[in-house]
Design a protein around this ligand. Structure first.
Ligand SMILES: Cc1ncc(COP(=O)(O)O)c(C=O)c1O
Length: 400
């Protein structure tokens, strides 16, 4: 039957051959998945990840990346979300119901805490905060349902007693969830700490950081080894319509090949810069889990691979430096760009006021304004020069 050119443009005759190899897997973009016949339609099982039925339930492209992330982290089952925060919210909305108690580390990623506070107000769950390096502050009641762990924690980078916290949570039948973004599946195995084969139940990973590596794509993952937990998450994920773009997934998949090399390089550069920062008199505290003076260092040493400590380091300025001085410092940097996030090629800087960020008292943190550096892929000697120049500028403007 002769067809109109408009129809022929849509139903192109060429089909990809079955057996063709390329370095990167083929990219599937799909909302609609075409069933071969009505048998396939009526016998579909949407909870079976290899029984493709609709774009939101996954495509070979999303499952390829998910499998890679799960394997990297030591998990079995996976889901992708459009951002790390969306992955966090999926876990919270899936497991927390009215009357439940959720425990959160005081140094958890800020928007996670904010999201939980919102759930607390609207849905009657109780949010309790613990000090990640003082396990006695974690006192679950019979209503305790879920604990959020982060290693190392956001901004102040304390490394928690993961083993102790997980043991205690398990004794209360709580679901243990780790924000695994810092370790990225490389620094330690969240599904086997090496001690008594202890493991968290679920990891959440902001793939926006190291897996993407470009500073240009947002994505998150949720991984577990527990089929029952995964089934609950899978259903919530599908019903909430959480989905990622195939093009974005393909970009992250492409970056995975260099992820470990980048992570090791950024870890090493960060340690070089850390050594230099510790000599600077304007700074009264340097925070990095691999530094023996930092809170939680023994826990870091216990479970982490020494060459893998990420590219984040925070510093506290002497309290004689005002917010204006710190702003002058940040504005004088040239290689370090002022921006949120980390794990990309460009080094970043961000300033924080700890008084606005913590619920508990933390005696290990000195009084002063905090700046976090995210080390990119530039040469560390150039980055040190950049910081040195900005410190000098800051002091010149203060007439020191
Ligand atoms: C520790 C941590 N978890 C989760 C997120 C959220 O990731 P996203 O920016 O993809 O929402 C971030 C982002 O900065 C983070 O630092």
């Amino acid at each position: 039957m002769k067809q109109d050119s408009q129809t022929r443009l849509i139903h192109a005759p060429r089909k990809a051959p079955q057996l063709i190899s390329s370095i990167q897997p083929p990219l599937y973009r799909a909302s609609t998945i075409i069933f071969n016949n009505t048998d396939a339609l009526f016998n579909r099982h949407w909870s079976d990840e290899y029984d493709y039925s609709y774009g939101t339930h996954g495509t070979p492209t999303t499952f390829t990346l998910g499998d890679n992330i799960a394997q990297l982290e030591g998990g079995l089952y996976h889901l992708l979300a459009p951002s790390g925060l969306s992955a966090i919210n999926l876990v919270n909305s899936c497991f927390l119901s009215q009357g439940d108690e959720v425990w959160v580390a005081d140094n958890i990623y800020g928007p996670n805490m904010e999201h939980l506070r919102n759930l607390e107000k609207r849905y009657g769950i109780t949010v309790k905060v613990y000090n990640p390096i003082e396990i006695e502050t974690f006192q679950p009641t019979d209503n305790a349902k879920l604990i959020w762990l982060e290693a190392a924690g956001s901004v102040t980078l304390e490394f928690p007693d993961l083993t102790g916290l997980v043991k205690k949570a398990q004794a209360h039948n709580m679901v243990t969830v780790l924000d695994n973004t810092w370790g990225a599946g490389l620094a330690f195995n969240a599904f086997d700490f090496g001690h008594e084969h202890l493991s968290v139940d679920i990891t959440v990973h902001a793939l926006t950081k190291y897996p993407s590596g470009g500073g240009d794509i947002l994505m998150g993952s949720v991984v577990t080894r527990d089929k029952v937990l995964h089934n609950q998450l899978f259903r919530a994920h599908a019903l909430q319509g959480i989905s990622v773009s195939g093009d974005d997934v393909a970009q992250v998949q492409r970056s995975l090949a260099s992820m470990q090399l980048r992570y090791e390089h950024q870890s090493q550069s960060c340690l070089t810069i850390l050594d230099w920062l510790k000599q600077q008199t304007e700074l009264i505290q340097v925070l990095h889990p691999a530094d023996s003076d930092s809170a939680g260092h023994p826990y870091w040493k216990e479970i982490c691979r020494q060459a893998h400590s990420a590219g984040l380091v925070s510093v506290i300025f002497d309290s004689k430096y005002t917010i204006q001085d710190i702003r002058n410092f940040c504005d004088s940097l040239s290689l370090f760009k002022l921006g949120f996030s980390w794990g990309g090629p460009v080094s970043l800087v961000m300033l924080y006021n700890l008084n606005d960020m913590r619920v508990l008292q933390h005696s290990h943190l000195k009084d002063g304004l905090l700046v976090r550096f995210c080390i990119g892929l530039e040469h560390p000697k150039d980055l040190i020069q950049d910081i040195q120049h900005a410190l000098e500028q800051m002091k010149k403007l203060k007439h020191e």
